[in-house]
Design a protein around this ligand. Sequence first.
Ligand SMILES: *Cc1c(COP(=O)(O)O)cnc(C)c1O
Length: 498
Amino acid sequence: MLYQSTRGGWRPVSAAEAIKQGLAPDGGLYVPEEQVVFSPAEWERLLGMEYPELAFTVLKRLLTDFTSEEVRQCVSRAYNPDTFDSPAVTPLVHLKGNEYILELWHGPTAAFKDLALQILPHLLTTSLVKTGEKDEIVILVATSGDTGTAALDGFHDVAGTRIVVFYPEQGVSEVQKRQMITQVGGNVAVISVQGNFDDAQSGVKAIFGNQPFNQSLAERNKKLSSANSINWGRLAPQIVYYISAYSQLLKQRGTRFGEPVNVVVPTGNFGNILAAYYAQRMGLPLRRLICAANANNVLTDFIRTGVYDRNREFFKTISPSMDILISSNLERLLFEVTGRDHRQIRSWMGALVEKGVYQVDGETREKIRAGFWSDSADDKQTRDTIRDTYRECGYLLDTHTAVGRFVYQRYLEATGDDIPTVIASTASPFKFCSSVTEALFPEEPAGQDEFHLLRLLAERCGLSIPRGLQGLENREILHQAGTTPDGMRAAVGKVLGL
Ligand SMILES: *Cc1c(COP(=O)(O)O)cnc(C)c1O
């Protein structure tokens, strides 16, 4: 099976080539040419599998140019007791009634990005060998916090690769920042950008699109690639945990085989929820994909009205990994629901770049509305949800997951559709401990050191600090470089010695 670009300006390529390139040369995103669907008998087998076997089976069907041995090796290196501190990898926890929490934060950096970024380096290095690549691959990452930490953990000291991470100076938590600037590895660079996440992401996209710069890299046997969720190698592994969630729900007798469930996903770049959409297309019985947004609710408006308008105020919220106004992966959804209409995608994406806004036709809008539902939570609603959930259920949510649960409650009120529902929990509460502490213990003075708050939260809630966040304040600071959005290309040049 080959992969085609959503914009139709490039020939279809193998999975290995798609993973190596990240973004297609015409600016589009790679999607599988065929729709993979598992038969009922296959579903029965899939739903009985442990996580690594499930990951192997799903990825083997998607990455058809990889041998079984190659996929198996990538999977076993990514999902094992050294990387994930739960045997289920993504355990499903019963909250109350028909509500379940899918904990996606048991990996090394305590956020869901680990599920994809622990395996992507292995998929990529395998792809380099398979495609006979001789150049060094330079991974450029723009991060709202979690991608950067997870990509650095996944890629450090991976042979044949360099990684350069840009993070918005004011847009990440102290814990996230410390995770990044203390990252060891001979092939890593971490650079702060004076701007927000969209500035960093646009800067990275501009570097990808800069022909002379790419040419001069090529002359030095280097090639750019991406670890952002535009890379198919990141999206594919995320499909697995939705299947795992359903399988765990069956085991906990939360549903019966074939019965539908809803999924709630705290959304930013639309990668995580898109993985749920692909799982649904493979035949997983998901009814509604509920897209939870924070005050940057461009997706909520889009799902309701069919108008995508990024010309609006940008808010810094307490769920910073969702502070995004340009959701790149939406392009893949639009491609699928328009029946793969390249021309239409080019025109909408062109309008987004030129005017910051586009409107889809009525048919596309209705198709999206049939499958998705969306609402948003502001910071107060987020904090209230953290507090109320802790009081009611004794379960501690992080700020992003709290946005998800708040929006789910809105969904219940609006629709009465109370079938079993899986809320994707995208980060450990410890990763955003100052906001979580503020929500739970408002009497605590503001402005306390985040590392102190980690311990406070652990003690007061009787939880242990995730492995990857322990001892963070004692690690040596190794990266202090900073730049402006306009200086990003030069910064990459400097790192690479151009
Ligand atoms: C990245 C991230 C999100 C948003 O996920 P997308 O795939 O970009 O929609 C939500 N929550 C957390 C904690 C994240 O790190």
